[in-house]
Design a protein around this ligand. Structure first.
Ligand code: G
Ligand code: G
Ligand code: NA
Ligand code: MN
Length: 253
C-alpha cells in the first residue's frame, strides 16, 4: 500500500488533523473534557481513519512522532480554547509503543513547563493491552506521569488481557468502560450486569468512570440512574473538528 510511503509527508505537509469527541458530565450536565482523535486528511484518498494508518505508524517506527504531534496540537488547542474562555481538558490516546521508552514522559514534562499547562489540561488514555509488553516499565512511566499531574484513564476497560490484580497496581484515575458493553445495554442483561458492577468497582476504588459508546437517551438515563459520572458516544456527539465542536457547545447548554 502506498499509504506506507506517504505517511511521512502527512507530518511534513500538515495533513494530520485532530477531531474532538466530548465527554458529558452526567451530574453537572456539562461538557468538561474532550478526547482527541487523529485523522489523516490525505490529498488523494480523503479522510483516512486512524485504524488504517496507526498500525502503519507502529510498524514503521513513527508512532512516537505521531503521539508527539497529537500532544502538541492538543496543547495548542487547549491554550486557544482558554483564550476564548472555554474550559476543556483534552484526553490523548497513548499507544503501547509510547510506553516502551521514556521519550514520551520527557516530552510531556517539557511541554507542560514550556506552555505553562495546568494539571487538568491534558489527560492520558491507555489500554490495558498497551501496558502488557513491559508492565514494569509502563507502570513506572505512568506513575511518574500521574505524579506530574497528568490524569490517567484505562481505555476500552474490560476488553484487555488484564486482571483485577493489575488494576490494583496500575496508576490510574479513571476507567472508560468499553463501548462493546454499552452499545446494546438496553437489550442485553449481561452487559447491564457488567456495566453496573464496573461502575461500582470504580466508585469503590475512588476512580472516575466513563461509559463509551452511548448511542441513545435510554442508555444515558440508565447510566445516570446508576451514578455513572461521564458518558461519551454518538448520542452526545460524534468526534468533531475543533471549530465545529466550539460552535456545537453553546447549543448543547
Ligand atoms: O476515532 P476513531 O473511532 O476512528 O478511532 C479508532 C481507533 O484509533 C480508536 O481505538 C482510537 O483510540 C485510535 N486513535 C485515535 N486517535 C489516536 C491517537 O491520536 N493515538 C492513538 N494511539 N490512537 C488513536
Ligand atoms: O478505542 P477508543 O475508545 O479510543 O475508540 C474511540 C472510537 O470509538 C472512535 O473512533 C470513535 O469514533 C468511536 N466512537 C465514539 N463514540 C461511539 C459510539 O457511540 N458508537 C460507536 N459505534 N463508536 C463510537
Ligand atoms: Na480512547
Ligand atoms: Mn475507548
Amino acid at each position: 500500500l502506498h499509504l506506507v510511503n506517504s505517511l511521512k509527508s502527512a507530518f511534513t505537509e500538515n495533513q494530520l488533523v485532530l477531531y474532538y469527541q466530548p465527554k458529558l458530565d452526567l451530574r453537572a450536565s456539562k461538557i468538561t473534557s474532550v478526547e482527541a482523535l487523529v485523522r489523516w486528511l490525505h490529498p488523494v484518498n480523503g479522510l483516512i481513519p486512524p485504524d488504517t494508518f496507526i498500525p502503519i505508524a507502529e510498524q514503521t517506527g513513527q508512532m512516537n512522532a505521531l503521539t508527539k504531534w497529537v500532544i502538541e496540537e492538543a496543547a495548542n488547542q487547549y491554550t486557544k480554547w482558554q483564550k476564548d474562555d472555554i474550559n476543556l481538558s483534552i484526553a490523548i490516546n497513548i499507544s503501547a509503543e509510547d510506553l516502551r521508552n521514556d521519550e514520551l514522559i520527557t516530552f510531556l514534562l517539557a511541554l507542560k513547563n514550556a506552555k505553562k499547562l495546568p494539571d487538568e489540561a491534558i489527560a492520558l488514555e491507555v489500554t490495558e493491552n498497551a501496558v502488557l509488553s513491559d508492565p514494569k516499565l509502563a507502570i513506572k512511566l505512568l506513575a511518574r506521569l500521574q505524579k506530574s499531574g497528568f490524569r490517567i484513564s484505562i481505555d476500552d476497560y474490560g476488553t484487555g488481557y488484564s486482571s483485577l490484580e493489575q488494576l490494583k497496581i496500575l496508576p490510574v484515575d479513571e476507567l472508560k468502560i468499553d463501548k462493546s458493553f454499552v452499545q446494546n445495554l438496553m437489550m442485553d442483561k449481561d452487559d447491564q450486569t457488567i456495566v453496573d458492577s464496573t461502575i461500582s468497582l470504580a466508585h469503590n476504588m475512588n476512580l472516575s468512570v466513563v461509559a463509551e459508546g452511548v448511542e441513545d437517551l435510554e442508555t444515558l438515563a440508565w447510566l445516570q440512574a446508576r451514578h455513572c459520572q461521564y458518558a461519551q458516544g454518538y448520542y452526545v456527539s460524534r468526534p468533531l473538528p475543533a471549530e465545529k465542536l466550539t460552535s456545537w457547545l453553546p447549543s448543547f447548554e
